[in-house]
Design a protein around this ligand. Sequence first.
Ligand code: PLP
Length: 243
Amino acid sequence: MVDVLHIAITWIPTNGGLVNPAADVGKVARKYGVPYLLDACQAAGQMRIDVNELGCDFLSATGRKFLRGPRGTGFLYVREHWLETLEPPMIDHFGAPWVARDKYALRDDARRFETWENSYALRAGLGAALDYADAVGIDAIEARIAELSNHCRTLLDQHEDIRLRDIGAHQCGIVSFTVQGKDPAEIIAKMSKAGFVIGASQASSTRLDAERRNLPTVLRIAPHYYNTKDEIDQAVGKLISFL
Ligand SMILES: Cc1ncc(COP(=O)(O)O)c(C=O)c1O
């Protein structure tokens, strides 16, 4: 075991459509015994997460993105082997009971990361979002997102002033593109007025990728399973009408 090395990667970055080969990275991490942290914030709710298949030791996720849970929620997975090596950044008498006058003892389970007080409403909301995704079925969700996002890419790609900015052999439900000669903020505002929510990623959110690929602000359309093909057609049609 080499203790100074670790691997920390983002499974799905905030823009670029990319799904990194997280399980292949996990194989390397396992082979060399290197601790492996995977940011799964954009993957949770979009695709199946199996920490054993991924070979990761730590996995962090948020509730507010493709899981459709409340903002301010998320979760952390820690492989049991590593638990004793991690000191939570903040402790109170829940995660670390006060066991003697000058002594506290961290709990020996994952709840050492929890605090006495927390938002039960938000937690319940996250639980409901997880149940909801389970009821729809995560594999069906992934397949539907792939179908809609690929349809969206095909439509966008047909217009000469639109440039798709997605990369990678495996692409996800984040469709990234730029529009020649138009202010992205103006496009977002016009789309919003027309009833379509689209987003943008600036270099400050994705500095390494933005610099390497010399990206301007990138627009994103992110279909989810509840969208229809017709809605994608309408959204792209509306966007093109602004060019
Ligand atoms: C790849 C990635 N990781 C982490 C985050 C942070 O998510 P949150 O602010 O919900 O913790 C984001 C947010 O856009 C993200 O795109």
